[in-house]
Design a protein. Structure first.
Ligand SMILES: C[S@@+](CC[C@H](N)C(=O)[O-])C[C@H]1O[C@@H](n2cnc3c(N)ncnc32)[C@H](O)[C@@H]1O
Length: 161
């Protein structure tokens, strides 16, 4: 999905569930795709922290850094007690190494070269990757991973490096 859309943290969940009826299934499938219990996690486009909240429930030991280009969305994610960075995915990522980089419904804004560049940078700094998005299946090969869940144009891709 296009991440160019300006999300309002107050109405985000209502809006995204209306746009993507399988939103909660996608989130659950992303958590299930995590290849091993992660300690240091980078959540790209963390938004209000929907994925981070589920990840912490499954892996309470995880230390999550949430990156997002929207200060309003990050403000909400901070309520989870995670570290947050106001930054763009196109810019250098916070220093790894990461056990896991996870990105749910956030890489859709990038053009093809931007996506490939991001995947290359993630691979240099992370032991694993989980991508969940519309058309994520098309990125499985570039990510060096495999599709673990799909429904219509939604897919989850997981890779371990
Ligand atoms: C649809 S929301 C998804 C939020 C969260 N991952 C989830 O699953 O609920 C997309 C998020 O990506 C962020 N975003 C969009 N483009 C970005 C970019 N280039 N760099 C960093 N964050 C970006 C938006 O601000 C928004 O919070």
């Amino acid at each position: 999905m296009s991440a160019q859309f300006h999300w309002d943290p107050e109405t985000y969940l209502q809006q995204v569930r209306a746009e993507i009826p399988r939103f909660d299934e996608l989130q659950d499938a992303a958590i299930e795709a995590i290849p091993f219990p992660p300690r240091r996690v980078l959540d790209l486009g963390v938004g209000t922290g929907e994925t981070a909240r589920r990840l912490l429930a499954a892996y309470p030991e995880a230390e999550i850094t949430g990156l997002d280009s929207s200060a309003e969305m990050l403000f909400r994610a901070r309520e989870l007690g995670i570290e947050t960075r106001l930054a763009r995915m196109e810019d250098p990522l916070p220093d790894g190494p990461w056990d896991l980089v996870i990105a749910v419904l956030s890489v859709g804004e990038l053009d093809d070269e931007g996506k490939r560049d991001l995947l290359r940078r993630v691979r240099e700094q992370s032991r694993s990757l989980v991508l969940a998005d519309t058309d994520a299946a098309e990125l499985a090969e570039s990510a060096g991973g495999e599709v673990t869940w799909s429904e219509g144009d939604l897919a989850v891709v997981a890779a371990a490096y």
